[in-house]
Structure formats: C-alpha cells, structure tokens
Design a protein around this ligand. Structure first.
Ligand code: HEC
Length: 160
C-alpha cells in the first residue's frame, strides 16, 4: 500500500519535472512589457504548436507559407502602412536590421507586436484597419512574419 503511494508520488513529481522541461514560452506586450495572455487553443496547427513550445517560427523560408503570408499582409492592410514588401511607408520598414523595438528582430517579439500593437501608432491585429473580423490567427501571423522575413535585406530569419 505504502509502496504504491510512494511510487505514485514519485511518478507525479517526475511528470511535473517533464512538464516543466516542456513549458510553453510566455508572451509579453510590446506596449508595456506586461504579460500578454493568448488562448493556447488558438495555436491549432503543428507550426503554431511548435512556435508556442520553442518561440521559433517554422514557416520562415517555407515558400507556401510565405505566399499565404503575403496575401494576409495585403488583406490586413499591413501593406498600406508598411509598403508592399514591408520596406516602409507611413509606418516604419520591417525588413531590418534597425527596428524601433529591438525585440522585433526575433519572431517571438514580432509576433507580440503584431498581436497586441504598440503605443506609437501600430494597432493590434483585430483592431482598426486590421479588423474585418476577429483578426489573424497565430498560424496566420506566423505566415505574415515568414513573408516579412523573406524580404529582409539583411537575410535575417528571426530564429537566430
Ligand atoms: C494604420 C497603419 C498601420 C497598419 C495597418 C499596420 N501597421 Fe505596423 N506599424 C505602424 C506604425 C505607425 C508603427 C510604428 C509604431 C511605433 O513606433 O510604436 C508600426 C510598427 C510595426 C512593427 C514594429 C516595427 C519596428 O520597427 O519595431 C511591426 C512588426 C509591424 N508594425 C507589423 C505590422 C503588420 C504585420 C501589419 C498587418 C497585420 C501592420 N503592421 C499593420 C502602422 C501600421
């Protein structure tokens, strides 16, 4: 009896350890650095799940994802403020290497910026010009980022 209890206690702590080792990344707002809560169930594709676990964007360099991302970049008005290739227009250039917010050199940082906006004129997905419906899904944001990185003049992947 006691043996079994001990064994299950051990199992539980082992599971807890394994769970910690595989903990998801956490997001923070570009506006003020506070915690950004995103419903984990919306990370519903293999690529989105991988991103949630590692912070790396598996779509970077993937031609199909880049094409899909380009369509969303146009559809969600990113193009209106950032130019057709993210080279910059009313809004700043997105293709590096100088970002207004240094975190946008990483795909995790850029994801947070697109998801929740900034204080200086960048609306969040789902708001303002980007609000035809509920906005982009995590998977779609990753594709948009893959498109932006594909135009990078400094050949950055954001997964460095
Ligand atoms: C209404 C104009 C507008 C639209 C539409 C818009 N942006 Fe922006 N964006 C801006 C402005 C202005 C900034 C600079 C904000 C600041 O300095 O706080 C910005 C900043 C950014 C940044 C950070 C750049 C840096 O240098 O750190 C990223 C990334 C970005 N936008 C991506 C996007 C994407 C992707 C879309 C489409 C889903 C989009 N934006 C749509 C105006 C816009």
């Amino acid at each position: 009896m006691l043996g079994n209890t001990l064994k299950s206690a051990l199992m539980i702590s082992l599971l807890a350890l394994a769970g910690n080792a595989m903990a998801d990344i956490t997001f923070s707002k570009t506006t003020d650095g506070s915690a950004l809560d995103i419903d984990k169930s919306t990370f519903d594709t293999p690529a989105a799940k991988e991103f949630l676990a590692t912070g790396k964007n598996p779509y970077v360099g993937n031609e199909d994802a880049i094409k899909a991302g380009k369509k969303k970049f146009n559809l969600y008005s990113c193009v209106a403020c950032h130019g057709g290739k993210g080279e910059g227009a009313v809004g700043p250039g997105l293709i590096g290497s100088n970002f207004r917010y240094a975190k946008n050199a990483t795909n995790k940082g850029m994801f947070e910026t697109i998801w929740n906006g900034t204080n200086g004129g960048m609306g969040a997905k789902g708001f303002g010009l980007m609000a035809p419906d509920d906005g982009l899904t995590p998977d779609e944001v990753l594709k948009v980022i893959a498109f932006i990185r594909s135009n990078s003049n400094v050949k950055m992947t954001g997964n460095e």
